[in-house]
Ligand binder design. Structure first.
Ligand SMILES: [Zn+2]
Length: 213
């Protein structure tokens, strides 16, 4: 690292020209030592991760309206290049299967909130454990597809089913199924599913049940 004397007084105590001069020196130094600075920042973050996260959460909760307004403002002021770059970053992030649990949990947290359903804050971990066990639909057994954006899912996309809908997104009440099975299930009541099953079993010629019935 090059020699560097840190700023002795806060920028607010300096005359504007002194301030900009000191800042120019400071940022020139930062630029010249980018790697070390980043490494040090990363190391600090790892040491203070939990504390930092807790503080950020307190700030977000306290300033919920401001945080939301600023995020909206930032989104609206993006140039088309920035927008595209951001979309690409998100696509890459989503297509990494190790982010799937977090991605789905983020979306479902909002769903649960809107519908007033129970939501386990550990859902991302629960989902990640489940896809480590198997990447097949728990209902029909087909191979699931992961990492597709909301609104673009096809019938093979992985989705999270609430086995008993009113119990919400909690451990032991969530299963990973394909979008096709999930839709079919949510379109019918348990009574209708029983009716269909009874009907299929009764009249399915392969089982010979028709002859018996
Ligand atoms: Zn399925």
């Amino acid at each position: 690292m090059q020699d560097y004397t840190p700023l002795k007084k806060g920028p607010e105590l300096m005359a504007p020209e002194e301030r900009s001069q000191k800042h120019a020196v400071h940022y020139a130094w930062v630029d010249a030592n980018r790697e070390q600075v980043n490494a040090k920042a990363r190391e600090w973050y790892q040491r203070n991760k939990e504390r930092r996260k807790a503080a950020a959460k307190i700030f977000r909760d306290k300033n919920a309206e401001r945080v939301l307004a600023e995020a909206t403002e930032r989104r609206h002021s993006l140039t088309s290049t920035q927008r595209e770059r951001y979309a690409m970053k998100m696509r890459n992030w989503r297509s990494d299967i190790s982010n799937w649990g977090r991605f789905r949990a983020n979306v479902l947290k909002q769903t649960a909130k809107t519908r007033g359903l129970p939501f386990d804050p550990e859902l991302k971990t629960i989902l990640q454990e489940m896809i480590q066990q198997s990447r097949l639909c728990r209902c029909c057994g087909k191979t699931l597809q992961f990492g597709i954006a909301r609104g673009h899912q096809n019938k093979d996309s992985a989705s999270v089913d609430k086995v008993v809908p009113s119990l919400g997104y909690v451990r032991n009440n969530v299963q990973i199924v394909c979008t096709e099975c999930n839709r079919r299930k949510s379109d019918s009541t348990l009574a209708q599913q029983r009716q269909l099953l009874a009907y299929t079993e009764k009249y399915n010629p392969e089982q010979g049940a028709y002859a018996r019935g």
